[in-house]
Design a protein. Structure first.
Length: 185
């Protein structure tokens, strides 16, 4: 037995000590951890001897739940900041002059360039950032940045879900093939 086979067998023995019903939930918890994400958790589960399909499903579910939580919290934080800024601008405009007939200055309109940039981000940026983001940073970070930048929660969650399923599937298939071919487990 080569050292890699021995390592995999020892890890499977360790995982085998946990009740079989609990094993997928441990994979789910691992999937919720940034930098492990769905693909890392699926790999851990499959190497641990869990059925590859079950490991991938639970890993992706854990990753998606943590991303959804981050999106909801980021969205609430953004809303609170925007409301506070709007309230502060209203208070400043109301106390600016002593003449009661003056109206507050109109809200600053966004430039054509900024509007175009936002449109391009919504058209192309969210899918690209969501799908390619895991190559550089965890999906939780990408999702938080997109929501903080003003992208809708639904759009971020949709593309993050697609990305999580894609990368978890790639990780699961890759490690399953590696175990079949290299380690022959």
């Amino acid at each position: 037995m080569n050292p890699l086979e021995e390592l995999v067998n020892n890890f499977q023995d360790l995982v085998g000590q946990v009740p079989e019903l609990i094993q997928p939930f441990i994979v789910m918890l691992a999937g919720a951890i940034p930098f492990i994400d769905g693909e890392g958790a699926a790999i851990i589960g499959i190497v641990g001897g869990i059925n590859p399909i079950i490991a991938a499903i639970f890993a992706a579910a854990g990753n998606l739940l943590s991303v959804a939580l981050v999106v909801l919290l980021s969205s609430r934080a953004r809303t609170a900041v925007m409301n506070r800024q709007a309230g502060h601008a209203d208070a400043t405009a109301g106390s600016a002059g002593t003449v009661t007939t003056m109206e507050a200055p109109p809200a600053k309109l966004e430039s054509k360039g900024r509007l175009r940039l936002k449109k391009w981000l919504d058209q192309y940026g969210v899918p690209g950032a969501s799908i390619l983001g895991p190559l550089a940073i965890p999906g939780q970070f990408t999702a938080a940045m997109l929501v903080a930048g003003g992208t809708s929660r639904a759009r971020v969650l949709l593309w993050q879900a697609i990305s999580i399923v894609l990368w978890t599937t790639v990780g699961a298939i890759s490690i399953w093939l590696a175990l079949q071919v290299v380690v022959q487990v």
